[in-house]
Structure formats: C-alpha cells, structure tokens
Design a protein around this ligand. Structure first.
Ligand SMILES: O=C(O)[C@H](O)[C@@H](O)[C@H](O)[C@H](O)COP(=O)(O)O
Length: 260
C-alpha cells in the first residue's frame, strides 16, 4: 500500500526548513521509541541542506539519540571525496559534524578515486557503477533477512524544476531502473556522473518527504499533482509505504489549483 501525497504549505523557505527540521526530529524520536533506532535518507540541494542546518540549530536537536540513527543518502555526485559538490560533505558541514552520530551508522555513497601517482591505491571507485554496487551491498547488509534494502523511517528528497528527485531524471535509464542503486551518466544537473537510489528503494520508506521551495519549482509541483507518471515526472514515483508528504513553501505550491 502506498500513501497518497499530502501537500503541506509553509509561508516561506525559512519557515519550511525549520518546520521540516522539527518534523524530522519528531519522526526520528518516534521511530526510536517504537524500534529502538531510526533511519533517514538525506538529500542534496538547497532546501535539503537548509533543512539540515535547521536541525542543527533546533532546540530539540538533542532529543534524538543520534548514535542510534542510520544515515543514508538518496543520491551523490560521483566526484572526489573532498569536492564541495559532494552531498555528504555539505551534510557533514551543515549537521553531521555537530551532532553525536555513530560513524559506523553513517553511510556515504562512494566517491571517485583520486588519480594516483606511482600506482598507490587511493580510496574510492573507478566509476559510478562500482560505487552503486558497493552501496547496494551496504543497503543489503542493513536489510531484514531476504530483503535488499532497509525500511527507512524517512526518505528526504528535493525536487528539480523538471520534476527530478534524487538523480532520477525524466525519461532517463535511471527512472526505470529496478536495481536498488544505479549509476547515472550525463546527468542534466551538473556534475554529470552520480549514484542514486532508484524508485523501488525510495518506495521502501515508511515515509517519503519531498521538500521544495521557490517559484522556479511551481511548474514541477503542479505537474507532480497532475496525474503524470514517474517516467515523465519522477517525483510522482516518490511515495512512501505509510505516508507521502510534500513540504512546500507557498511559492512552490503557487501553481496548484486552490481548494474550492
Ligand atoms: O544531488 C542533488 O543535486 C540533489 O539530490 C537533487 O535531487 C536536488 O535535491 C534537487 O535537484 C533540488 O535541488 P535544489 O533544492 O538546489 O534546487
């Protein structure tokens, strides 16, 4: 059973980030109360990272036992580990370096191995395919017996202007991929090479939250609620088992039909 998307409007992007942060903290607390641990899949992008900064500055941040939270990524740019483009680097600077996470429960996606002089093996992967395979193995290692990925408490996703989520773009090989993690080449949003969870993995979450702000996303939000399918509008495939939330500011929701 997947959940019908529910849109929750917020006055502006700043309030959206703070409200989504508070919602995430509560969600993780509830997950830990129910199962002793929790898991979240982070996203890159402007509002996704703003949300993490808002978690860091939240008065309730210490209510979560961060040592018992599994932290994953929905996608990653396949670049050098020290590149400012890395979603995990931005997440560490925004939040993870400021809270007591358990490093063994933080699962960054693979990075491009540095070119080595003299054959010294550098950490990382030669291509996105091998990084994707390694991440799939990590997911399987944290899954229930017989499953290939865990049941995440929350998958956070940003939204692109054409309706992409993670690195799943319209009419791309990745949007129809069925393996848990996929390599992405020629991504329309730079950098071109990425690693991304696929829709089946995203859909394994109890809750999926699409967090979106700005007038430039209004068309994509409207398209996502127009009955379009995920190949044309990937965000429409981002649904949770129990709940699907669209946390939007008013500008991003401005092209939706107003309630009668
Ligand atoms: O790695 C990435 O680029 C993100 O995961 C991507 O899916 C992002 O969330 C959207 O493109 C929205 O990004 P903005 O919020 O910056 O527009």
């Amino acid at each position: 059973m997947t959940a019908e998307p529910q849109l929750v409007p917020h006055r502006d992007a700043g309030i959206l980030a703070r409200a989504a942060a508070a919602r995430l903290i509560t969600r993780l607390i509830d997950g830990q109360a129910a199962r002793g641990e929790a898991s979240v899949v982070l996203t890159g992008g402007g509002i996704g990272i703003a949300l993490l900064r808002a978690v860091r500055t939240s008065p309730a941040v210490d209510a979560v036992d961060w040592s018992k939270v599994d932290i994953w990524w929905g996608d990653e740019r396949f670049v050098a580990t020290d590149s400012p483009d890395r979603n995990d680097r931005q997440a560490r600077e925004a939040l993870l370096e400021h809270i007591p996470v358990n490093p063994r429960r933080v699962f960054p996606m693979g990075h491009r191995a540095a070119q080595t002089a003299g054959g010294v093996a550098a950490s990382g992967y030669a291509d996105p395919e091998s990084a994707a395979a390694a991440y799939a193995a990590l997911l399987a290692g944290r899954a229930a017996p017989g499953a290939v990925f865990p049941v995440f408490d929350v998958v956070l996703l940003g939204l692109g202007p054409e309706g992409h989520v993670a690195s799943l773009f319209p009419n791309s090989p990745a949007i129809v991929a069925t393996e848990p993690v996929v390599a992405v080449h020629d991504c329309p949003k730079p950098p071109p090479e990425r690693v991304s969870l696929t829709l089946p993995t995203i859909q394994s979450a109890r809750e999926v939250w699409v967090v979106v702000a700005g007038e430039e996303k209004a068309e994509a939000v409207a398209a996502s609620f127009s009955g379009a399918g995920p190949i044309d509008v990937p965000a429409t495939g981002a649904v949770g088992r129990e709940r699907t939330l669209w946390l939007a500011d008013r500008a991003a929701a401005s092209r939706l039909p107003t309630r009668g």
